[in-house]
Design a protein. Structure first.
Length: 150
């Protein structure tokens, strides 16, 4: 009888110890990334190297924004500008943070830029890497970069 109770106790202990830990979603946090923005213009890719992008989650953790600093979208552009893509939906898993938006008007130089409405924003933060793709108006654009050490 004692042997039977011991076997049952060992089986229960083995079952409990094999139970998987519950994984918690990543906690979104404000961070800056350095990488390359690629813009497709007139069927050619234009790379902007060493571009800084800031990711800012909302307080409730359900949305966020990205700001691209000192970007030149085409070689002929005489100045660089900062552009913010607001109102990105955000979902966190234990492995990554997923960002998305079907359509939103970007902000730059103190106002909205409806001519360059952002469509099909898809992005993710995995580890210390941020990547995303979107269309600024008719111009497919993408970014891939690594988190800056703060």
């Amino acid at each position: 009888m004692k042997a039977r109770i011991l076997l049952i106790a060992l089986a229960v202990l083995a079952f409990v110890s094999c139970k998987e830990k519950e994984l918690t979603p990543l906690e979104p946090e404000t961070a800056n990334y350095l990488g390359t923005v690629t813009v497709v213009y007139n069927d050619s890719s234009f790379d902007n190297d060493s571009i800084e992008v800031a990711f800012n989650p909302s307080e409730d953790g359900l949305s966020g924004s990205v700001t691209i600093y000192k970007i030149r979208f085409v070689p002929q552009m005489p100045v660089t500008i900062d552009v913010t893509v607001p109102n990105l939906a955000m979902a966190a898993t234990p492995e990554k943070i997923v960002l998305s938006c079907e359509q939103v008007v970007p902000l730059a130089m103190g106002g909205e830029f409806p001519r360059y409405t952002v469509t099909d924003f898809r992005g993710e933060i995995v580890g210390k890497e941020l990547s995303f793709s979107l269309n600024f108006g008719d111009y497919p654009t993408s970014f891939r970069g690594s988190r800056l050490i703060e």
